[in-house]
Design a protein around this ligand. Structure first.
Ligand SMILES: CC(C)(COP(=O)(O)OP(=O)(O)OC[C@H]1O[C@@H](n2cnc3c(N)ncnc32)[C@H](O)[C@@H]1OP(=O)(O)O)[C@@H](O)C(=O)NCCC(=O)NCCS
Length: 165
């Protein structure tokens, strides 16, 4: 199912405050500083995406290319407003970022996920299933590395994606 009113596009700096305001409603995601979302919407705009419906941001993917992993796209955060969920929007946003020119040579989609986040696990496993590629799971940032109570963040590594011509 899809919602034809939702359009996907790279973020602009004037989206950063809207993303920051949306985070409490999304829930389950750490709300970082507004400045961090300004960086996403400027330095990482080519590897990020927002979903807009009736002029409002209803979803976003914050992604970047890790300098030490040049063939990977790392998805730092993905979130969808509660009233826009269950329409395949998060999956569309991930595919949209992967299709961006800045991701032409990306072979692996990586993200960390808490083991109890069933929606997020289903989202990333769904990307692997649609593209018919493996999804490997490994330890990444265990709870002990966080200064405050925090679940483990396990790495999902999806790929290899086919090289684009
Ligand atoms: C995770 C999230 C982004 C998914 O957004 P969405 O647009 O509803 O996801 P989609 O509709 O694209 O669904 C993707 C897959 O997840 C599954 N899914 C969605 N919500 C689910 C839930 N609550 N429990 C289990 N599976 C779920 C869908 O069935 C679909 O699986 P399929 O491909 O096997 O059919 C959204 O639930 C969200 O914003 N959650 C809070 C923030 C968060 O936890 N982000 C991820 C951590 S980085």
């Amino acid at each position: 199912m899809s919602d034809a009113r939702v359009t996907l596009r790279p973020p602009r700096t004037d989206d950063a405050a809207a993303i920051w305001r949306l985070l409490p409603a999304i829930g389950g995601l750490e709300r970082n500083t507004a400045y961090a979302y300004l960086l996403v919407c400027s330095h990482f705009a080519d590897t990020s995406i927002v979903a807009e419906r009736d002029g409002a941001i209803v979803g976003f993917v914050a992604g970047y290319r890790p300098p030490t992993q040049p063939t990977s796209l790392f998805v730092w955060q993905v979130g969808v407003a509660p009233d826009a969920r269950g329409l395949g929007l998060a999956g569309r946003m991930l595919d949209g970022v992967l299709a961006a020119p800045a991701c032409r040579d990306v072979r692996y989609l990586c993200a960390t996920v808490s083991p109890d986040n069933q929606a997020s696990l289903a989202l990333f496993r769904g990307v692997a299933r649609r593209h018919r590629i493996p999804c490997e799971e490994a330890t990444c940032f265990p709870a002990r590395l966080f200064p405050e109570p925090h679940p483990d963040e396990n790495l999902l590594r999806i790929g290899p994606l086919p090289a684009s011509s």
